[in-house]
Structures are given as C-alpha cells and as structure tokens.
Design a protein around this ligand. Structure first.
Ligand code: PMP
Length: 366
C-alpha cells in the first residue's frame, strides 16, 4: 500500500459545518427560513452597484477594501484604519482564532451559540470550551467561571444565534471586566441592526476603548448580501493588524465591496427591512404562543429568527415538525447536535412566507 498524506490530527477531528439546506424536493415551492437571510433581498441600489462592478471582474478587487472601510467608518463614526473586511465575518472569526490561539490553548464560548466558534478553535488547533447557558442566553458568570490559564479567546454572539437572545451592555461590560487582559473578547454582532432593546450595546464602544476587544459585523443579514461574503471587524490596531496578516489577500470581491458601499448609502431600505422583520417576528411569536396549549413556545428573539420549542415526546416533536415542514418545502433549522433537539429555528421571511409557515405549523398540529 502506498503511503498517503496525513492531515493534522486537530484538522481530521473537525466535523464540517453543515449549512441550512438550500433546495426543496422536486415540484415543491421552496420557503427558505433556515439561514437567517434577508427575505427582501439587498437594496436595489446595491444590486445596481454590483452589476456595474461585475464589468470589471477581470481586475483583482481592492485588497484593502479601502472605500468600503471608509464607508463603514463614516456610517458608524469609527476609524477606517481600525477596520478589516473579510470574506464574510466567518473569515475574520477564523483569523482571530488562528492569530490568538493554538495547540494547548482554550477558546471559550457559550453553549448553544454560533456553531462556527468550536470549528474555528479546532482549525487553529486549540481546544473549544463550552460554558453553560441560562434560559437560552449567554451566562456571564458561567463564562467567567470557565476561564482558565489556558483561555486565549472568548467568542460571544450578541444577539445570539441560534437562540436569538441578547445580553445587555452592562452584562457585556461585566464579562469584559472579569476577563484577564491577555484574553481577547470577540463580540460577534452579526444581528445588531435588528435589535431595538435600549439596554443593548453593539460592542463598538468596548472595542474602541480596550486592546483586548474586537467586534465583528456582517453584510449577510440585514443588508441582504449573504452570497457576496462581506464581513468586517473593528478593534485595536494590533488585533486588526494580525487579521490583515492572515486573511485572504483579495478576500472581498469588487462586486461585494461596491454593493456594500451602496447598501450603506440606502438607510431607507435598511429601515424597511428592520420594520418588516419586527412585524413578521411579532406575528410568528404571537401565532406560536397561541399554540401553547399544544406544547409550543418561543424564546424571546432580538434578531431575524425565532427559536420555536416543541414537546419533547409524542407526535408533535421538533423532529416530526422538521420532517413535516421540509416535505412541504419549508426549510427551517433543526439543531439536535446543539442541545436543541426540541426546537426549530425559524428565520423571519416575507409577510407571505410568515403567514405560510404559521399555517403549516397549525396544520402540523391539527
Ligand atoms: N456570526 C453569527 C452569530 C452568525 O449567525 C453568522 C451567520 N450565520 C455569522 C457570524 C457569519 O456570517 P457571515 O460569514 O455571512 O458574515
């Protein structure tokens, strides 16, 4: 037998990320509510800008995403030279683990948070460590209790995916204050634009002030540009410098950069997306809560999806609902491997999609 190359053991131990499905059975209309995308699409101005940019696809993109960083800086009142753009915020989350953690180190996050965190830790050769959550919400005390001498990085999604819950700005400050200064706190604010809770803080102020805080954002959610893969991070110059050393050299496409710049210049579209999301989120929550007598419930969500809980046993489990909905073209997210075998995460769709999934849930229970 010929010898074959052997991957690093920490790489072969990784379970690949399996995204929400994107297709329905043949002949069934697809209602895709599985990946927390914007059902209204990107701003028409962004689409126009991307069309124009595709004409120049023979040239490499601006590897520093200069104009996009300037536009982000202006929109958020922050410094462009403390921003780095990534191929989605996923790339940046990964770069941070690669830069700050390795074999023998620990990367900490909350139970039932974003699935990419343990994968990012493992790709870096570090050990993922999960702290318990409370009421589907990150538990600051539990996170702090799980910090060890080997902890190098803490990821926290706020609002959290897949539960939709958030912690207040005061709680985030408490988490930061309790961490040793050599631990990097990564505040993943992918869903920040959806939040209307006045207690919320998107992490930018902490990242501006402290050298051990970085916050990540994305154009994949409210800006409706998921397929273009555009994310960014804001933090201390040293942290941004490290990401710049290891990110892909032309990591954001020209169309993506142009689309994102145009999207930032269309606040009316953003406002419409936010209002529509809030309306349909409220409609879905109200409809599910009305099914409480059948054992259904919701977890309070600040984002563009709702975690719907089902009875643990009987005919109306989340697994049965998942099979029923999938057969009818409704793709939602069942995450039995994430301690959520009793729940489905349902992304907020258009008015029609929301009414349709509500009707489907009722039909499933009848
Ligand atoms: N963080 C969180 C909490 C997410 O839910 C997602 C998308 N599922 C991401 C980051 C990554 O998004 P993207 O790479 O598209 O920017």
């Amino acid at each position: 037998m010929t010898e074959a190359p052997t991957a690093k053991p920490w790489i072969s131990a990784i379970e690949a990320y399996v995204p929400g499905r994107a297709n329905a059975a043949p002949g069934v209309t697809l209602v895709k509510l599985s990946s927390n995308e914007n059902p209204l699409g990107a701003s028409p101005k962004a689409i126009e800008a991307m069309r124009a940019a595709i004409g120049k696809a023979n040239r490499y993109s601006d590897g520093s995403s200069h104009d996009l960083r300037e536009a982000i800086a202006a929109a958020h009142g922050i410094e462009a030279d403390r921003i780095v753009c990534g191929t989605g915020s996923d790339e940046i989350l990964q770069c941070l683990a690669l830069a700050y953690a390795g074999p023998g180190d620990e990367v900490l996050f909350s139970r039932r948070s974003f699935m990419v965190y343990p994968i990012a830790a493992q790709r870096a050769g570090a050990t993922p460590v999960e702290a318990p959550d409370t009421d589907y919400t990150a538990d600051v005390d539990a996170l702090l209790a799980a910090v060890s001498e080997r902890t190098k990085l803490v990821y926290i999604a706020n609002p959290n995916n897949p539960t939709g819950t958030l912690i207040s700005g005061a709680e985030m400050n408490r988490l930061h204050a309790g961490l040793p200064p050599h631990v990097l706190l990564v505040i993943d604010s992918a869903y920040a634009e959806y939040v209307d809770d006045p207690e919320y803080d998107d992490g930018i102020a902490l990242a501006r002030t402290y050298p051990n805080v970085v916050t990540t954002r994305t154009f994949s959610k409210i800006y409706g540009l998921a397929a273009e893969r555009i994310g960014w991070a804001y933090g201390a110059p040293d942290v941004i410098d490290m990401v710049n050393r290891i990110r892909g050299p032309f990591n954001v496409t020209s169309a993506g950069q142009a689309g994102a710049v145009a999207a930032l210049a269309d606040p009316d579209w953003l406002a419409k997306c936010r209002t529509d999301n809030a309306r349909n989120r409220a409609a879905l929550v109200e409809a599910v809560e009305a099914l409480g007598n059948k054992g259904l419930g919701t977890v309070p969500s600040a984002a563009n999806f709702v975690l719907v809980t089902f009875p643990e046993t009987g005919a109306h489990t989340a697994g049965a609902a998942n099979a029923y909905l999938t057969e009818r073209g409704f793709l939602t997210r069942w995450l039995p491997n994430q301690g959520l075998g009793h729940a489905l995460r349902i992304s907020i769709g258009t008015d029609e999609e929301t009414q349709a999934v509500i009707a489907a849930l009722r039909a499933f229970l009848s």
